[in-house]
Design a protein around this ligand. Structure first.
Ligand SMILES: *Cc1c(COP(=O)(O)O)cnc(C)c1O
Length: 409
């Protein structure tokens, strides 16, 4: 029996859902190099422009003198360095929580946290647009799993009324990764209190941008540890490094150290990454100009799109999706932008619901206003040329030629 992988690959291709990697030969920044070509990029999550910051890199280098490179073991064996420990203490203070715990990445943090907190007698309630790692974590936990309508507090209320589960966990993205809108965290926290549930917020995209000192939705809406007991952040986005953390009570952190399998059974992140993150945490808190500059880029871009009649989604964050709808049209827009030297990714199902494909445009504090001007000009050109094409009954993506012969014959 053959696995017939080619058949599935061809079906994905024919549906306009085929994905391809681009190979970078440069650091993250407004300009990136791919296959020797320079592009102006609007698709990274390096919101504050710290991924290539000299101070962060210097801290990394210096830490390799003290700690070498590899973590060497799991945190519970001999992989928990002073650098990890200091970063955890600083993240606890930053978030106003009793303690914080580092994970190797956000995906593993979410899997580990939800499955350590919940079992078969419990129930998890998730926004239907939550990040894939949260949805997967809900499944893995074995708890009764429900998805409520996006940001719909009444819909969640109805569901909470009907449950008799032991523990009830409400889980939401802080800033939604593909939409850029913000969860109604205050209302969710009130509901949690009413039903003696817990609220968990994954603020991967809010940290660094929202809140006076970049503390994300928790800071922006003033949610205490009691109101928001499980607060997750990732370090690979605005922090510009790699990894993730959860912040909360002493009991929560001890529970995770004892029971979170993705914490226990994996090698710690390289200690030098933790050291570098300590520096980016300082920059993130202190350099308010990065948040202010992002705000002005966002306002400038939104005004420009309004002038051009482009259908932006209602977002006030650095994630500014342009709704296209049809998968193929989104791909074609992305392609025509890249022909003009602009890199913007088309986001398609299953990452977003069918028929809601979009260009996910993201801004970084390292962008300048003239970069936004170039983006607006290119969007105008691309929209004009793609606007006339009818994709409704095309059999396949004709614009995105297959990369190789033989594999998909
Ligand atoms: C990116 C992201 C993650 C995954 O974090 P990694 O550290 O990249 O694994 C988790 N949750 C959300 C909401 C994200 O956007």
């Amino acid at each position: 029996m053959s696995f017939n992988l080619e058949q599935d690959l061809e079906a994905r291709y024919a549906a306009g859902l085929y994905r391809r990697r681009k190979t970078l030969d440069s650091p993250q920044g407004p300009e990136v190099i791919i296959n020797g070509q320079h592009y102006l990029a609007f698709c990274s999550n390096d919101y504050l422009g710290l991924a290539n910051h000299p101070d962060v890199i210097a801290s990394f280098r210096q830490a390799t003198d003290n700690y070498g490179l590899g973590g060497g073991a799991s945190h519970l064996v001999v992989g928990h360095s002073r650098a990890h420990h200091q970063l955890e203490e600083e993240l606890a203070e930053f978030t106003g929580r009793e303690r914080a715990l580092l994970f190797s990445n956000g995906y593993m943090a979410n899997l580990g946290i939800i499955s350590a907190l919940l079992g078969k007698q419990d129930a998890v309630f998730q926004d239907r647009l939550n990040h894939a790692s949260l949805l997967d974590a809900g499944q893995l936990s074995g708890a009764r799993f429900q998805r409520y309508l996006h940001n719909d507090v009444d819909n969640l209320n109805n569901r909470l009324q009907k449950t008799s589960a032991r523990r009830k966990l409400i889980v939401t993205d802080g800033v939604f990764s593909m939409d850029g809108d913000v969860a109604p965290v205050k209302a969710l926290s009130d509901l949690a209190e009413q039903y003696q549930a817990w609220l968990m917020v994954d603020d991967a995209h809010g940290f660094g941008f929202l809140g006076e000192t970049g503390g994300g939705v928790a800071e922006a809406y003033g949610l205490s540890q009691k109101e928001l007991p499980v607060l997750v952040g990732t370090l690979g986005k605005a922090f510009g490094t790699s990894g993730a953390f959860v912040a909360g009570s002493d009991a929560l952190i001890e529970t995770l150290i004892q029971f979170a399998r993705t914490y226990i059974y994996t090698t710690s992140m390289p200690p030098a990454v933790a050291s570098a993150t300590r520096t980016s945490l300082l920059l993130l808190q202190e350099q308010h100009w990065r948040r202010e500059h992002l705000q002005s880029l966002i306002q400038y871009f939104r005004f420009g799109c309004e002038q051009l009649g482009l259908p932006l989604m209602p977002s006030q964050t650095p994630i500014q999706p342009l709704l296209i709808g049809c998968e193929r049209r989104a791909m074609e827009m992305s392609k025509r932008l890249s022909e003009q030297g602009i890199l913007v990714t088309a986001i398609r199902p299953p990452t977003v619901p069918k028929g809601s494909s979009r260009l996910r445009i993201t801004f970084s504090a390292s962008h300048e206003l003239h970069h936004v001007d170039r983006l607006l000009d290119a969007l105008k050109m691309a929209a004009q040329s793609v606007g006339t094409v009818d994709f409704s009954d095309e059999p396949a993506v004709l614009t995105d030629s297959l990369p190789m012969t033989g594999v998909l014959s």
